[in-house]
Design a binder for this molecule. Structure first.
Ligand SMILES: Cc1ncc(COP(=O)(O)O)c(C=O)c1O
Length: 393
């Protein structure tokens, strides 16, 4: 059997060692409390599930769906963008439902990247931007996100020869993993930069609705002329606790949306229609669940940040998103610290290096743990301080 080079080039799974240790501890009957996964623990709101069940019983929804989704769903997405961001979208040419944002993020590389082309990718970042670039035969140029620049990339430091080969610019705010946010001024500068260098912008914004202290995240599509240069990926996963149902969307530049539709129509057969009806219900029905969930996450955020600061780890409360990005103590690497927490107090966190080399020095803690486990996890974190000594290398 001869596998493709692209399979061999897939990055090794960085958490192999940590996953092995978690499995080992669990096998011994020890409880591991995981802050490692960004998957909402709160169920999908009941009105959405009711719609899903009702739609699943209708035989009209048992057949192959269309790749570009139900027209009603595309209109519901356009309506949501209009109400939430004041952005007008043509539901037929500027909106495309996806099998979760991840699916579209992975496939859009096939629309732009030929061997030798470059995608500009933040570091640290959600790994799919660079992996999909590699799978399409391209290269990633990593734009460091640093605390001193509020985790925004410095576009002016990208070398001219890189810009000549670059076709895509990836951005993600509210940001995973750093918890940073971007304002409309930044997005306006991004549009100008993209126009200047003939880049297609892919903004990934699935966390825009998970926001705290009254903060409202802008959409990239609100920037002047954003539709000329780019698209925004979004999702129902985090806004409505629907990660398991797999539904998201891409909106914006009609040429980009159409290119992705053409790729998808050759690769997948759309989103199960019952799930599309559930998504319509989510986007057009009562929205109070969002605020209710945000209050829960905000309380958890405060508890996590307080404990981290108490035990001497620097972490700022994020304005949005599901993650706290914490500095590891002096003398530890991200992996050392994550391993130490797991070994000594049975807590799993994600080492920052899982998101790129600029994630070194940080770990990510997710707020998607049920309250009782969260509180138990935090008291273990406090215990860790008493066990503290330098890791052995
Ligand atoms: C930044 C970012 N983009 C996209 C996704 C994928 O979202 P979806 O569940 O819609 O595929 C995630 C999921 O964690 C994410 O963190």
């Amino acid at each position: 059997m001869k596998m493709s080079r692209r399979i061999e080039n897939l990055p090794p799974y960085l958490f192999v060692e940590i996953s092995r240790k978690i499995a080992e501890k669990k096998a011994k009957g020890e409880e591991v409390i995981s802050f490692a996964i960004g998957d909402p623990d709160i169920p999908t709101p009941p009105h959405i599930i009711d719609k899903l069940c009702q739609s699943a019983r209708d035989p009209a929804n048992h057949r192959y769906p269309e790749t570009d989704g139900l027209p009603e769903l595309r209109r519901a997405i356009a309506g949501w963008y209009e109400r939430r961001f004041g952005v007008s979208l043509d539901a037929d040419s500027e909106v495309l439902p996806l099998i979760g944002a991840k699916e579209g993020i992975a496939h859009i590389a096939l629309c732009f990247i030929d061997p030798g082309d470059i995608a500009l990718v933040p570091d640290p970042a959600y790994p799919v931007y660079s992996v999909s670039t590699m799978l399409a035969g391209g290269e990633s140029y990593y734009m460091p996100l640093r605390a001193e620049s509020d985790f925004l990339p410095d576009l002016n430091t990208i070398p001219a020869d890189v810009l000549r080969r670059a076709k895509l610019l990836w951005l993600n705010y509210p940001n995973n993993p750093t918890g940073a946010v971007a304002d409309l001024d930044f997005f306006n500068r991004v549009v100008k930069f993209a126009q200047q260098h003939n880049l297609a912008v892919c903004h990934d914004g699935p966390y825009s609705e998970v926001a705290f202290d009254g903060y409202q995240a802008p959409s990239f599509m609100q920037a002047d002329d954003a539709k000329e240069v780019g698209v925004e990926f979004h999702s129902l996963s985090k806004s409505y606790n629907m990660t398991g149902w797999r539904i998201g969307m891409v909106v914006g530049n009609a040429k980009m949306v159409n290119a992705l539709m053409r790729v998808k129509s050759n690769l997948d057969s759309g989103i199960p229609q019952a799930i599309q009806y559930a998504a319509i219900e989510a986007l057009t029905g009562a929205q109070d669940c969002i605020q209710k969930h945000n209050m829960i996450y905000q309380r958890r955020r405060d508890l996590v940040v307080d404990i981290l600061n108490d035990i001497g780890l620097e972490a700022k409360p994020p304005k949005a998103g599901l993650y706290v990005w914490a500095k590891v103590p002096e003398g530890y690497t991200s992996v050392d610290f994550a391993t130490d927490l797991l070994d000594k107090v049975g807590i799993a966190v994600t080492p920052g290096t899982g998101y790129g080399k600029n994630g070194e020095g940080y770990v990510r803690l997710s707020l998607t743990i049920p309250d009782v486990r969260l509180v138990r996890g935090l008291s273990r974190l406090a215990e860790w301080r008493n066990t503290r000594h330098r890791p052995q290398r």
